[in-house]
Design a binder for this molecule. Structure first.
Ligand code: 5GP
Length: 206
């Protein structure tokens, strides 16, 4: 095996730009693979089964859960989501690093079962920008947008449970910061960094 595979757990409130950042990381680093999650959510326009998610019924989801196929699972926005152990195993056997793009509840479970994982929280620059991003997506209806904005506030309070936090203010900088964490070149995003803590408190409580 070429690399000692690592497990990266990336979480963010909806609308923080996590998917764009993770896609860019994977594009630039061919040795990182994204683990495709299972979900009971209906596919959005342009989403494909087996590429964006494995879309399953609640019944199918529960069957897999009962067979102990998941490393973590959670209910998010009234749908179920889970990471399959098999996906992680396959990626590691390919000699690649694994990226999980999951919510904070799932991240807690993964940290408990695999404490050696590297966990990263992505923060929007402000709560109003997060709302604008949710509105501009045009993939969700108004009630879903409101639910997601409300949940986002709760999600953000979990940032300090993570090893690193990246504020997605400027996309290029955020991409570089995420990559430097992956390449172990930068410690300034550590959630123990006083300057970063101050910035995050402004986002959360102003
Ligand atoms: P979306 O429906 O917008 O694709 O995702 C909604 C939320 O579910 C996001 O916060 C996303 O990170 C989270 N999510 C996606 N896949 C998983 C998973 O496998 N496990 C957990 N716990 N959360 C997930």
């Amino acid at each position: 095996m070429k690399y000692r595979p690592k497990l990266f757990v990336i979480s963010a409130p909806s609308g923080a730009g996590k998917t764009t950042l993770v896609k860019s990381l994977i594009k630039r680093n061919k040795n990182i693979e994204y683990s495709i999650s299972y979900t009971t959510r209906a596919p959005r326009k342009n989403e494909k089964n087996g590429i964006d998610y494995f879309f399953v019924t609640v019944n199918e989801f529960n069957k897999l859960k009962n067979k102990n196929e998941f490393i973590e699972f959670a209910e998010v926005f009234k749908n179920f989501y889970a990471t399959s152990k098999r996906q992680i195993k396959d990626i590691i056997e390919n000699g690649n690093h694994v990226v999980l793009e999951i919510d904070w509840q799932g991240a807690q479970q993964v940290r408990n079962s695999m404490p050696e994982c590297v966990s990263i929280f992505i923060m929007p620059p402000s709560q109003s920008i997060l709302r604008q991003r949710l509105e501009s997506r045009e993939t969700d209806d108004q009630s879903t947008i409101s639910l997601r904005a409300h949940e986002a506030k709760e999600d953000m309070t979990h940032w300090s449970e993570f090893d690193y936090c990246v504020i997605n203010d400027d996309l290029i900088t955020a991409k570089e910061e995420l990559e430097s964490i992956f390449l172990e070149k930068n410690n300034s995003n550590s959630t123990k960094n006083a300057k970063l803590i101050k910035k995050i408190h402004k986002i959360l409580y102003r």
